[in-house]
Write a protein that binds this ligand. Structure first.
Ligand code: NAI
Length: 348
């Protein structure tokens, strides 16, 4: 499949293929739009089935970052990077340093941070070669560090808004939430929900992560194939994208889908399917913006951790406006959000 002909291309400004034989680095950096500022978005490390899958993923993610940053009213455009985890991948410092050099070579058109498979420690290695990096350890109450807890905080705010909007429920006590993926985001989300008395049903390919959620939050393990059809109030997808499909939506047994994974809808029409089924969908790039808000505050400087929390909690009000417009106009929430985001980046 070509780049320009890829269905996810959507007029990307730049797509950069980065290769380094010595370290085994194969990476793609995609910059969708710099209309609002430099393209900002995390770097994902993943064992893609093939290069086309990696390209499609980075294009979809980078477009999503344009939308996410615009909807969060940040002075940032949309970009994203993927590093392909080949079978002989070693994850050496030299590989991440080389990636940092590629980021640096773009002169600030792209700012990187953590996504799946990344950590603060890796960001520090990347940061030894470029200043266009965020998600570095924070000190003394300043904004910064691993963005996942802030992503989780925004999802928590969004779930509160969604249950209040749909079910007129102001307390999360006894709310049944199915969480797909209890990694960095899912784990922190479970922590917040558990503190409010929610009942958690969790699934993850990594059994140790499931065990941690069971022991710390009294969560009930659910099979990988069952988590999308379990009877609950809320489904929070916090693993890979494209989990809401023509096939999976009819099996959902929840009233709300509100989670952290990027690109949860396999196709835009899946938003209509959810809407027709009476399931309230919190558009992913609106509800999961907490991490990039943290990244932006760290990168800009001068913000405290408390400033970040205040800004992240505004995600609830932002979602409420989308839910209201969706209900008033009988239009799926994803279409309301997409139209607004595209207007914000001058692409309507
Ligand atoms: P992570 O790698 O820490 O956790 C993902 C978890 O999902 C892992 O434990 C993995 O084993 C599990 N998983 C993968 N496939 C699965 C499947 N089919 N069924 C069940 N579990 C599965 O990644 P992280 O950072 O928690 O990100 C999760 C999602 O949230 C990703 O889609 C990411 O792009 C998105 N996101 C993350 C942000 C962040 O701040 N880390 C910000 C915004 C979005």
């Amino acid at each position: 499949m070509g780049v320009f002909s890829n269905p996810a291309f959507d007029d990307h400004e730049r797509v950069v293929f980065c290769h380094d034989a010595a370290t085994g680095l194969s990476s793609i950096i995609a910059i969708h739009s710099t209309t609002r500022g430099p393209g900002a978005g995390g770097c994902r490390l993943w064992a893609y089935a093939d290069e086309d899958a990696a390209l499609t993923d980075v294009l979809r993610l980078s477009q999503g970052m344009s939308y996410k940053n615009a909807m969060a009213e940040l002075p940032l455009g949309g970009g994203k990077a993927v590093i392909i985890k080949h079978s002989d991948f070693t994850g050496s410092d030299a590989l991440y340093e080389r990636f940092g050099e590629f980021v640096e070579s773009l002169g600030g058109a792209y700012i990187t941070a953590e996504d799946m498979g990344m950590s603060e420690a890796i960001m520090q290695v990347i940061g030894s070669r470029t200043s266009y990096v965020s998600g570095l350890p924070a000190e003394g109450g300043a904004a910064g560090g691993d963005p996942s807890p802030k992503t989780a905080l925004g999802i928590y705010a969004g779930i509160r808004t969604a249950v209040e909007f749909r079910d007129a429920r102001s307390s999360l006590s006894g709310l049944r939430v199915a969480v797909q993926g209890v990694g960095n985001v899912g784990y922190n989300l479970c922590k917040l929900l558990h503190a409010d008395g929610a009942i958690l049903l969790v699934a993850d390919m990594d059994e140790a992560r499931v065990a941690r959620a069971v022991s710390e939050f009294d969560a009930t393990p659910v099979g990988l194939d069952d988590v999308l059809s379990v009877d609950a109030d809320v489904l929070a997808p916090c693993a890979m994208g494209a989990v809401l499909t023509e096939e999976s939506i009819p099996d959902l047994r929840v009233g709300i889908v509100a989670g952290g994974a990027n690109n949860q809808l396999a196709a835009p029409g899946d938003g209509q399917r959810l809407h027709d089924a009476g399931i309230l969908y919190a558009p992913d790039y609106v509800i999961n913006a907490g991490g990039i808000i943290n990244v932006a505050c760290e990168y800009q400087g001068g913000f405290t951790d408390a400033d970040v929390d205040e800004s992240v909690m505004r995600i609830g009000a932002r979602l409420k406006r989308i839910f209201e417009r969706s209900a008033d106009n009988d239009v799926p929430t994803n279409r309301i959000a997409d139209a607004q985001a595209r207007r914000f980046i001058g692409r309507n």
